[in-house]
Design a protein around this ligand. Structure first.
Ligand code: GDP
Ligand code: IMO
Ligand code: MG
Length: 423
């Protein structure tokens, strides 16, 4: 039963969109299994740039069914805008299937996200302000509103009223905000419902039937391992499970279906938002990585923090996801550097750390221990086979694979769809 998981091995923005697009060509289904429109996945085909936040990256292939699984949180307005954007560009989004069990991001979730961040002040997470955390909070508090609730307008209105009764108390009494109106929210969402309902399905059943028939399923993670609410750098994380376990839950399939777990990692590392970041380069080299790598958020436009590749974190991603292969992106960006570093361990007052430290105190205070490589000083963006890559690049890749104890399956050398090498 051939299912593959593609997930981020870092703090997000590893290039999962382009990697998913690459695998999607041979897939029958591409499933987003968690997160919402906090994600921004970029695909570049020729001179066309397509940025997706919620719709799976398989949508570009007419034979592929894109699925939004139950583990996702959906802002219906954003989803409809994304469908319209695709249609406007000649890409047919009508094959999309949306889980009836996925939760809805409501206007009060967006408002609460803003208020919570403001309340946290200097301890803020630096969220995307899309209402993700509050929507997942309601899911686990069992007060969330799901896509299937849109089927019955009376029930939907009643659920919004009950939810808003409590949210308005918080908004008005704790945060001094003007309360929201249940009828207005219900009217707005029920109008979206008319457009969305044709796409709503029992997506777990759809995938089960597909797998039984030998169809190929690709599971597309959003965010990354270090943003996972269980395994990431909590509390500076998102509110879902981007790790491999989350793929099974969020899509509704069992572990036996999984053949391959591909971890996507840049040849360096970035993070957007706050939180510890051992290899962060707060200097000219970091600025060059940001500028040359175009490290500005797809969703929020925020400048990403950048640093050298962190093998301690990568080994951790291999372990918690059971990665079977690595896909290394943005290798071309390193062509601009005379010296390239890779963190192999950390040093702290407690000693050496080869494993990702459990305690945040250590993550904040450790010093990376680097292996240093001489740059290859050559443009590799036209490489299309492993043999096209200079020996020094092959040496660099070999080192990463050895240290991560995981084979590198693919390397990308530019953002365009064709700019990649199968190792
Ligand atoms: P995602 O969230 O993991 O899908 O990644 P994003 O799309 O947010 O960010 C990755 C960025 O890097 C996008 O702008 C991609 O077009 C770009 N990109 C992906 N692979 C490569 C590559 O190999 N080289 C270069 N130069 N850019 C890349
Ligand atoms: P993709 O899928 C990078 C970060 C936010 C913040 C934290 C919590 O494009 O890789 P949230 O809005 O989820 O509550 O924010 O997570 N974050 C991302 N960082 N890439 C993403 O998605 C992200 N989605 C959320 O910056 O630090
Ligand atoms: Mg992104």
């Amino acid at each position: 039963m051939p299912a593959t998981i593609v997930l981020g091995a870092q703090w997000g923005d590893e290039g999962k969109g382009r990697v998913t697009d690459f695998f999607a060509e041979d897939s029958d289904f591409v499933v987003r299994y968690q997160g919402g429109n906090n994600a921004g996945h970029t695909i570049i085909v020729g001179d066309q740039r397509i940025a997706l936040s919620l719709i799976p990256s398989g949508v570009l292939y007419p034979d592929c069914t894109p699925v939004i699984g139950s583990g996702c949180v959906i802002d219906p307005k954003v989803l409809l805008e994304e469908m319209d954007m695709l249609a406007g560009r000649g890409i047919d989004p009508s094959r999309l299937r949306i889980s009836a069990n996925a939760h809805l991001i409501m206007p009060y979730h967006r408002k609460l996200d803003l208020m919570l961040e403001r309340h946290l002040g200097s301890n803020r997470i630096g969220t995307t302000k899309r209402g993700i955390g509050p929507a997942y909070t309601d899911k686990f508090a069992r007060t969330g509103i799901r896509v299937q609730d849109l089927f019955d307008p009376d029930i939907f209105r009643a659920k919004v009223e009950v939810a808003l009764d409590e949210k308005n108390r918080v908004l008005t009494r704790i945060y001094n905000q003007i309360g929201l109106k249940a009828a207005e929210i219900a009217d707005e969402y029920l109008a979206y419902a008319e457009r969305l309902l044709p796409y709503v399905a029992d997506t777990a059943l759809l995938l089960w039937e597909g797998l039984e028939e030998g169809k190929k399923v690709l599971l597309e993670g959003a965010q990354g391992t270090l943003l996972d609410v269980d395994h990431g750098t909590y509390p500076f994380v998102t509110s879902s499970n981007p790790t491999a376990g989350g793929a099974l839950i969020g899509a509704g399939i069992g572990p036996g279906a999984i053949e391959e777990v591909v971890g996507v990692t840049k040849a360096y590392i970035s993070r957007v938002g706050t939180g510890p970041f051992p290899t962060e380069l707060d200097d000219e080299t970091g600025d060059r990585l940001i500028e040359l790598g175009g490290e500005y958020g797809t969703v929020t436009g925020r400048r990403r923090r950048c640093g050298w590749l962190d093998l301690v974190a990568l080994r951790y991603a291999v372990r918690v996801n059971g990665l079977t292969k690595l896909f290394i992106t943005k290798l071309d960006i390193l062509s601009n550097f005379q010296t390239i570093k890779v963190a192999v361990s950390y040093e702290s007052d407690d000693g050496a750390h080869v494993e990702f430290p459990r305690q945040h105190r250590v993550l904040y205070n450790c010093r990376p221990v680097y292996a240093t490589f001489e740059g290859w000083g050559a443009d590799i963006s036209a490489a299309r086979s492993y043999d096209d890559l200079p020996a020094s690049v092959q040496n660099y890749l070999g080192f990463i694979a050895d240290e991560a104890k995981t084979p590198i399956g693919w390397v990308s050398v530019g953002p365009e769809r064709s700019q990649l090498v199968t190792v």
